[in-house]
Design a protein around this ligand. Structure first.
Ligand code: IFM
Length: 416
């Protein structure tokens, strides 16, 4: 049994549009960079695409009923920017959630940039930040009477690194360090949107505690550089109004926009990272964490990393740190319905979160990634993160043991 979380602590699950919706040409949706990338040979495992995914666009009532059965307080989903000309689907989704007593928490950008904007330079072009703010204002006008809390961007570091530096995600650019302007334009987009959205605004960052591979000075220096790129590049500007390194393209006034007050910071945590010095094009490389169990994806399972991360954020940002929500945590498993490793993973991470809360971190909620098995980007459908399994040939949903475990924990919590 999990320790008791305080009254008002939000428990939810997370998904994202391209990973679950399918229906990529329905009702006026424009092509996105992920349509282009996934349809280009060699970019995804087995050539998998999000064309159908979980067909959530058509099956959303059934999926929202699963949320009710699970007993979550809130649902984090993302709005597809390529659907901006017709937001009816999200109108229905939000109404469907509210009718079921579940709080909607939409993310405005989970990596599905309209291809037309990529053709004009994508996130290397400052104009994309302004276009994002217009899109955000449009969504705010349509849903702001019912949605009171928003996440602007999901994991800008992953989008910059995998999408623009290494080319392993859409749009598949391989600019290495020349991808840095993407960070600034994403953060500017966040700030501009935060000034236009009605209600409370958050940014979701993927964060990882970084440990040097050895006591060597060179490994320590490499770990500090990696921490700068992965964590501080996206945390410092929103909380301190500064960058931890030289970032091109910053104009007068930009940092004030980026530091527009946020209601909370969203943190996606999966694992810590161990770093050694390297001589390649980058001065660091990742090395395995010895002795740690790994998930089906090969990611190390280190729940204490979440405690270290949360208490470290409190130490680093002190008064500047807003309340925190864990907006993603979970693991891929290949056990099918009997997903004991996922139960163990979630149990241990919820306990670590609780410990951080007890030690003074202002943690307000915890969202599990993910409700459903879904399109895991360049890994296609092989990695399964769902509390609910999906048979992608038939679209049949099957509740895993982890679903029942979380449902029982939440029932116990409500009955107390
Ligand atoms: O599936 C992704 C999600 O889109 C962003 N955060 C990490 C998850 C697991 O890789």
């Amino acid at each position: 049994m999990l320790p008791p979380f305080p009254e008002g602590f939000v428990v939810g699950v997370s998904t994202s549009a391209y990973q679950i919706e399918g229906a990529t040409t329905d009702d006026g949706r424009e092509p996105s960079i992920w349509d282009t990338f996934a349809h280009t040979r060699g970019n995804t495992r087995n050539g998998d695409t999000g064309d159908i995914a979980c067909d959530h666009y058509h099956r959303w009532p059934e999926d929202l009923d699963l949320l009710v059965e699970l007993g979550v307080d809130a649902y984090r989903f993302s709005i597809a920017w390529p659907r901006q000309s017709n937001l009816d689907f999200y109108d229905r989704l939000v109404d469907g959630l509210l009718a079921r007593g579940i709080t909607p928490l939409p993310t405005l950008y989970h990596w599905d940039l309209p291809q037309a904007l990529e053709d004009r330079g994508g996130w290397l072009n400052r104009e994309t930040s302004e276009r994002f703010a217009q899109y955000a204002a449009n969504v705010g006008r349509r849903l702001g009477d019912r949605v009171h809390r928003w996440i602007t961007l999901n994991e800008p570091v992953v989008h910059m690194a995998e999408g623009y530096a290494f080319g392993t995600h859409a749009p598949g650019r391989t600019l290495m360090l020349d991808a840095l302007p993407v960070a600034h334009h994403l953060l500017l987009a966040h700030g501009l949107a935060a000034q236009t959205l009605p209600g409370e605004v958050m940014l979701t960052n993927n964060c990882t505690p970084v440990m040097p591979a050895s006591d060597d000075e060179a490994d320590h220096a490499a770990a500090a550089i990696y921490d700068g790129f992965h964590n501080r590049l996206f945390n410092d500007p929103v909380m301190l109004g500064t960058y931890p390194m030289d970032v091109p393209g910053v104009r007068d006034g930009d940092m004030d926009i980026i530091r527009t007050p946020m209601h909370a910071l969203g943190i996606n945590y999966y694992n810590p990272t161990r770093i050694a010095a390297a001589d390649g094009p980058l001065p660091f490389r990742m090395v395995p964490i010895e002795g740690a169990e790994t998930t089906a994806f090969g990611w190390p399972v280190v729940p204490e990393g979440l405690y270290d991360l949360l208490t470290g954020l409190k130490r680093t940002y002190a008064e500047a740190l807003p309340p925190i929500y864990i907006t993603e945590n979970g693991c891929s498993s290949d056990e099918g319905t009997a997903d004991k490793s996922r139960i163990d993973y979630l149990d241990a991470h919820l306990r670590a979160a609780h410990r951080a809360l007890t030690d003074g971190v202002d943690l307000r909620g915890f969202f599990v990634w993910s409700l459903l098995d879904n399109f895991e980007w360049s890994d296609g459908y092989r990695q399964r993160f769902g509390l609910v399994g999906v048979d992608f040939a038939t679209q049949v949903r099957t509740r895993n043991d982890s679903f029942r475990w979380l449902r029982d924990e939440l029932t116990r919590r409500r009955d107390h």
